[in-house]
Design a protein. Structure first.
Length: 159
């Protein structure tokens, strides 16, 4: 019984801190998203076959808004990205619940628009957790920080 408990605990500790939702639930909920979005790796492997109305969501977690190469974003989403908007749990959740309202608030522009017309009433945290599995870029800084901290603590003090 102890090995099972230990394995379960280790898997929880190894889970990325940025994925607070339930990825399994998010995978089911992503069916609402795949009519417009796909998840395709940089090497062309199709994780989720979907529509092309919206951008590919491979690597979206931790990505600057409006920057997926080859997709024609609306000017307001591009402006938000140029202003520093990066997709994290909070921004992703707020945007998917009300894309136009989010951009209007974020840009402080009552006329801002979003091409995304769908509003996700609930489950954004779960979809975010699902997408986080396909966002290797979002995991790298935490791993690099941990490695630097270990290296720093192992170095002898200067005399």
């Amino acid at each position: 019984m102890k090995p099972v408990l230990t394995a379960a605990l280790l898997s929880l500790l190894a889970a990325p801190a940025f994925a607070e939702g339930d990825a399994a639930k998010g995978q089911k909920l992503f069916n609402k998203c795949k009519s417009c979005h796909t998840i395709v790796t940089d090497t062309g492997e199709k994780i989720v076959k979907g529509g092309k109305t919206g951008p590919n969501l491979w690597g979206v977690v931790g990505r600057t808004a409006g920057t997926y190469e080859g997709f024609r974003y609306g000017k307001d989403l591009v402006a938000a990205g140029e202003g520093g908007l990066v997709w994290d749990l909070e921004s992703f959740t707020a945007y998917t619940q009300d894309p136009r309202g989010f951009l209007r608030s974020h840009l402080d522009n009552s006329k801002a628009k979003s091409k995304m017309s769908f509003k996700l009433k609930k489950g954004a945290e779960d979809i975010y957790a699902f997408l986080a599995q396909f966002s290797p870029v979002a995991e790298e800084p935490a791993e690099d920080d941990a490695a630097e901290a270990t290296e720093t603590s192992e170095q002898p003090a200067s005399e």
